[in-house]
Design a protein around this ligand. Sequence first.
Ligand code: FRU
Length: 521
Amino acid sequence: MNYKSYIIFLIPMLIWACSSGSDKQTESKEIRYTEQYRPQYHFSPDSAWMNDPNGMVYYDGEYHLFYQYYPDSTVWGPMHWGHAVSTDLVHWQHLPIALYPDSLGYIFSGSAVVDWKNTSGLGTQENPPLIAIYTYHNALIAEAGGVDVESQAIAYSIDKGRSWIKYEGNPVIPNDGNRDFRDPNVFWNEDIQKWNLVLSAHDHVQIYSSDNLKEWKYESDFGVDAGGHGGVWECPDLFPLKVDDTDEAKWVLIVNINPGGPNGGSATQYFTGEFDGRKFNADTKETKWLDWGHDNYAGVTWADVPKEDGRRIFMGWMSNWDYAQVVPTKKWRSAMTLPRVLSLVKKKDEFMVRSTPVEEINKIINTETVISNQVKSISDEAVLNTNGINLNQSHLVFDFELGDSIPHEFGIILENNLNEQIKFSYVDSTKQFQFDRTQSGNLSFSEKFAHISTAPYQTGSTLNLEIFIDAASMEIFVDNGDLVMTEIFFCTQPFSKLKIFSNGQAISMTHSQLAEIKSIW
Ligand code: FRU
């Protein structure tokens, strides 16, 4: 977020100060989860404003998801950490707010870990504490024009995250002279048997180390001369990933950036490289994008997923600071992306991070509604039989054979009775995917919304698309996650038609599958 216009921060802060600050979870689920645009199988807050996922940690059978939350309004305000848990990454249980703002500031983004060896001394060996590491953002200092607005702090829980105690020695990393100094992400580094922390400091990240999570040593900077610099760097994450089909491991550094995304506004870049516990050396200084759509921001990964599982699981905020605060939802704002597994592949000497939806999502795909293999060769346009399934809550898979020559443009169109539509296509002349939401109904809330996003892609002889649609969002995984686009849209009526089109010449569709997805609420 751009924190330059601090005046707007004071208004919500006053509202917050005058209110109880209590968790407003009063209405029944039936009402809350049938609202227009309400996601049915993505996480969204019970009510009010949500942005970044925070403190994602697995402990004792539960995936914890905390999130930037302002319970008293549907726009951004004094930040709390909202809280939910899941045993399967699909069904979520809302829990009371975990962290409230206090005299040191709002509770900005951060991470959480299990302190297995009780290095902090805040729990015991038998009952290791969960430690949350977050940023204090002091709106009063910001308003007064001060620099030391942000610092890092910790809180701990010894009851499976149900209650949190802020550490009395906070902040554990005081402000260093950077006004933007936030979003600490901590992990236990097996190689050096210490904790490491990466945080964002305006146009670069900083790396720290610690023995006990309370005292931190600055180690190095990364990024002033690498990656995109169209905006401020936020929400970093650093972790090792094994390269698929090899024994080689690389470190991946995720850095969110806002604005400066490839299609405008907020986006997530990453670097691959080496890390020795002190310094990160990137393979290349070029930016790579984790997702080419408009709507996947501030994403980071779960800590402490058991070794037997071994997955690196990512989740992002399915919105964009360009318009997040004005999207046309009424009781709540924003949802998270599906949880995704990140993996690393080597293609022509380059390392590339792939994202695929977690397999647990398959259990809510309604197998009774599956319709397969309808049309083989499509010229111009084919309307698929959807058998009345709810396209706004669906899973679509398509396989195409491309051969030597590719149609000028081909892809899919989802349309409603008012001819509002979403078009996702591959354009051969520019070798790009395009996501077009310029005819998607309600566009008036922001000038920045009606925009076609593009993503460069070199197709092979076949093409696989896996698509998840949920009320007002679409996540597209191309060729098993080689390229991902996440987009939101606000058609005024549900989709009624699904078309495949091909301009210039026929396209051969070797497989198709449509199915409805069950609601998790
Ligand atoms: C990213 C961000 C973080 C910050 C939080 C505040 O979306 O701006 O940098 O900690 O949101 O809500």
